[in-house]
Design a binder for this molecule. Structure first.
Ligand code: PLP
Length: 450
């Protein structure tokens, strides 16, 4: 028997349709309503404290209740609460943030703002198409992403996403979108295949796909440096080093979706730095503002910038942009977040606790329910499986993972199960003692999940 819904829970089910939620079940169980946050903790409507081990949705990298971020947003709200970047207008927070992004992201020449990761990736698709039209290559439009990749939920972004629920009953993916293999060595490698050989095979299969489609029809390849919502899948050794020459050979743009991996999460400013890949463009969101305001950005390299800018001169305008793209409050919050990452030496901090965090994750490998432990920096996952072979899985639907995350919530830790992978992405301000506290209830929760 479920407990009767509180007044707030009843209001919730009558008023909201929740994303990524089974609505019928939600009506029975009711929402977990979060009221406040401070540091790495959030507090629910009943005043119970939780460690937020996922930074919300991979975004609150500076934790909750940061006064400096709140002050930056409030000051901008008072000074200029709204303005836009259309038709020749601009404002200083957008200019300053774009400059800061360019300083951190090597090779990036221009920044165009949106409000969400999905809008950033939709913009990437449109910019790739616009770029190829500008270059007189109207056929070169197909976009290759990867199975288990996550790029958002708008029509183009969801078409690039390679997860079943994002396609099922949504009539997606639309034409022009193709999916290549998942770089998950533990699950996908052949018997005896080394990480380097597996990477070489995936690059070869990608090249076969491009050649089969016709290189003159393929515009771009999009990849998260670490797949997040697909289960925190860290690329095998040599993966991006093997992929990049294939893209170069066929003049295919490389889009890095840094929406989760941007801004110190992996122990480098960007996941692309961590995995030695130089993309032609990058999508950023989430930790761009520490999650304190909705804002996303697409950064493009010099070649794309020159071609696109020249083409707007020929046809008259860049027919793209959002009312809230580059919102001054979002940009001022982003400026403050990037300043804080530097002033509080967040990158050094992530590097200094990475060893403890990653060792902790791997210490559960002995548990009979854990098949693989993986991650870099302050992001990782435990994949639950009947054994560690990589060949077996619990029945589809992620029931085991869901049970584990429910048991953890009972014990004061919020973590998200992606199917049967338990994802970890704590606020990057987490201390070693807090890492201990984050993992403290895990053994117990695993034991009752068995
Ligand atoms: N790209 C990646 C890698 C993401 O993880 C997400 C969201 O989790 C998105 C894009 C979509 O971002 P949004 O939910 O802000 O549209």
């Amino acid at each position: 028997m479920n407990a009767p819904l509180t007044n707030m829970q009843t209001r919730d089910v009558e008023a909201l349709l929740h994303p990524y939620t089974n609505a019928a079940q939600h009506r029975q169980v009711g929402a977990h309503i979060i009221a406040e946050g401070k540091g790495i903790h959030v507090y629910d409507e009943r005043g119970r404290e939780f460690i937020e081990g996922m930074s919300g949705l991979w975004c609150a990298g500076l934790g909750f209740g940061d006064e400096e971020l709140a002050d930056a947003a409030a000051a901008q709200l008072r000074k200029l609460p709204y303005y836009h970047l259309f038709a020749g207008r601009s404002h200083e927070p957008a200019i300053e943030l774009a400059e800061m992004i360019k300083d951190l992201a090597p090779g990036m020449a221009r920044v165009i703002f949106q409000s969400s990761g999905s809008e950033a990736n939709d913009s990437q698709v449109k910019l790739a198409w616009f770029y190829n039209n500008a270059r007189g290559r109207p056929e070169k439009k197909k976009i290759i992403s990867r199975r288990k990749g996550y790029h958002g939920v708008t029509v183009a972004a969801a078409s690039m996403t390679g997860l079943p629920y994002n396609h099922l009953d949504w009539d997606l993916p639309i034409d022009r979108f193709l999916h290549a293999g998942t770089p998950h060595h533990w699950r996908e490698a052949e018997a005896g295949e080394s990480e380097a050989d597996f990477s070489a095979r995936l690059a070869h299969e990608l090249e076969e796909m491009i050649e089969r489609e016709g290189p003159e029809t393929v515009a771009a390849f999009i990849a998260e440096p670490i797949m997040g919502a697909g289960g925190v899948i860290v690329p095998p050794e040599g993966y991006f080093e093997a992929i990049r020459p294939v893209l170069d050979k066929h003049d295919v743009l490389m889009i890095a979706d840094e929406v989760i991996t941007g801004f110190a999460r992996t122990g480098e400013w960007f996941g692309s730095d961590r995995f030695n890949v130089r993309p032609t463009s990058m999508s950023m969101a989430k930790q761009l503002t520490g999650g304190y305001a909705p804002l996303s950005a697409v950064a493009i390299n010099q070649d794309m910038a020159e071609v696109i800018e020249a083409h707007t001169g020929e046809i008259g305008t860049l027919g793209h942009g959002f009312t809230y793209g580059g919102h001054p409050v979002g940009c001022a919050t982003g400026v403050a977040a990037l300043r804080i990452y530097k002033e509080r030496r967040i990158l050094d901090h992530v590097r200094s606790v990475e060893g403890v965090f990653q060792a902790k994750l791997r210490s559960y490998l002995d548990h009979p329910l854990v098949g693989e432990a993986r991650g870099v920096g302050l992001i990782g996952a435990l994949e639950l499986a009947p054994d560690a072979s990589g060949q077996t899985a619990f029945e589809p639907g992620g029931k085991v993972g869901a049970k584990l995350s429910a048991e953890l919530a009972e014990r004061g830790v919020i973590l998200r199960n992606v199917g049967d992978s338990l994802a970890f992405c704590p606020p990057m301000i987490i201390t070693e003692a807090e890492i201990e506290a984050l993992f403290a209830p895990l053994e117990d929760a695993l034991n009752v999940t068995e």
